[in-house]
Ligand binder design. Structure first.
Ligand code: GUN
Ligand code: FE
Length: 433
């Protein structure tokens, strides 16, 4: 498939500034970017032409950390900290997903919401339940969006309905990997130990082996909350720190790895992340809502750690990546003040980079319009937000990020293909009495 997209094209090949091409053409062949040009050569005139003149064209958003089965819990229990929140709200909800019909209804809403908000790729936790995780995988494949989907593993310290038999957890994870690793180039499995306190050594050992055997990426949580960090210290008193527990089990960069939160990293842990190429999934709303703390992202960037942004549904209450970008900027401003103005606030181009190419690099060449990149794009129309002002393309993007909504996204493409609303939800008919 060969296409040309005309409009005001904006992306961030580097985090330090926006590259803006007004009234230009993005040339795409077989899902990959060929180039951006201000004059359409004859050669491209027979390509499928999308005229988005006056609109901005940006890379699709990448959400590197969220939980599909927590989607119904958005906004609930936000007066609790992590561990009581998990026990009171999260585990009871996640226990429901042995029911496939319930799973399907939630996942339809969940994937539709990702689509609506312009999230074209995500790294997502499913549940411990194999069948509902396979269903989520199939539904992502059908949707046209890109995703890494994890069957959650936990065999201790959880609600009784969510404590797996260790052997079964491993066998099912391998079955899941084998069934899906080569089915789709957009949707793939990711190994997902929930976090250290809910996984035994035996489970972590075998998950590390599976990651290496099949070269599968890994996602988990790290240093989110002070009680959690203390709990890990009690469980592994001999360990230098929390990160080195994952590292010991080959779950820390031995294959591509992303760790959510990292609010309380020690310098040594951050250095290990940089050395092993482990990503931070920064989830600012979740860190506010669960009173977890302020993650010093500027420090991590300075130390050479790769960073993406996550909504962390439902620790985070909103699945909108523009809102997550705003949260990341606000967090960084508080960190700046707390650091006596040493750690500079993140700029708009920096958080945009994190929400596109930063997180996108976890998926490959994703999140930018550089030559050879997989072309995920959104078309944004902010005419209804401009009022009496004439806005530059960059100001249009600012408006969209701060006060836009899903209504401002008029089209979405993943790897060069237009993606339509994935699921038509059955509306309940009201009986006619
Ligand atoms: N740590 C372990 N499980 C979870 C979860 O579901 N959400 C968040 N925010 N942190 C966790
Ligand atoms: Fe999480």
């Amino acid at each position: 498939m060969k296409s040309v997209f005309k409009g005001d094209i904006i992306h961030t090949p580097t985090k330090d500034k926006f590259e803006i091409y007004e009234n230009s053409y993005l040339i795409v062949e077989d899902g990959h970017v060929v180039k951006i040009t201000d004059k359409l050569e004859n050669l491209y005139k027979c390509y499928e032409f999308y005229d988005y003149s006056g609109k901005i064209i940006i890379p699709g958003f990448v959400d590197v950390h969220l939980h599909a089965p927590q989607y119904p819990n958005r906004g609930l229990g936000m007066d609790k900290e992590l561990i009581p929140w998990l026990n009171t709200y999260t585990f009871p909800e996640e226990s429901k997903y042995s029911d496939l019909e319930y799973s399907r209804r939630v996942f339809e809403e969940f994937i539709n919401a990702l689509w609506a908000e312009g999230t074209t790729r995500c790294s997502v936790y499913s549940t411990i339940f194999l069948e509902s995780t396979k269903l989520l995988m199939d539904m992502f494949i059908a949707s046209g969006l890109g995703a890494l989907v994890g069957k959650v593993n936990m065999d201790r310290n959880s609600a009784p309905a969510l404590i797996e038999d260790s052997y079964q957890s491993i066998i099912e994870t391998e079955e899941f990997i084998l069934e899906f690793k080569d089915v789709s180039d957009l949707v793939k499995p990711i190994i997902t130990p929930r976090f250290i306190p809910t996984c035994t050594d035996m489970l972590l050992t075998e998950l590390g082996k599976l990651a290496i055997k099949y070269n599968i990426p890994v996602q988990s949580h790290l240093n989110e909350n002070t009680s959690e960090v203390e709990w890990v210290r009690e469980l592994y008193p001999e360990s230098k720190n929390y990160a080195s527990v994952y590292d010991r089990f080959n779950l820390f960069g031995q294959t591509k790895t992303i760790m959510a939160h990292c609010v309380y990293n020690t310098d040594e842990e951050t250095e290990l992340m940089a050395k092993n190429g482990v990503y931070v999934a920064h989830c600012p709303h979740s860190n506010f809502n669960l009173s977890s703390g302020l993650s010093p992202i500027r420090k991590y960037l300075n130390q050479g750690v790769k960073v993406g942004l996550g909504s962390d549904i439902s620790g985070g209450h909103t699945i909108s990546m523009p809102q997550v970008m705003v949260g990341a900027m606000q967090t960084s401003k508080m960190v700046w003040l707390q650091s006596n103005k040493e750690l500079a606030p993140l700029t708009l181009s920096e958080v945009f980079f994190l929400a596109t190419k930063g997180g996108g690099s976890f998926f490959g060449n994703v999140g930018s319009f550089e030559e050879g990149y997989e072309c995920d794009l959104l078309v944004i129309d902010v005419d209804n937000l401009a009022y009496l002002k004439t806005l530059t393309p960059e100001e249009k993007l600012q408006k969209f990020i701060y006060e836009g909504s899903r209504e401002n996204i008029i089209d979405r493409f993943v790897k060069g293909k237009k993606v339509y609303k994935p699921f038509l939800i059955n509306t309940q008919l009201i009986p006619n009495c």
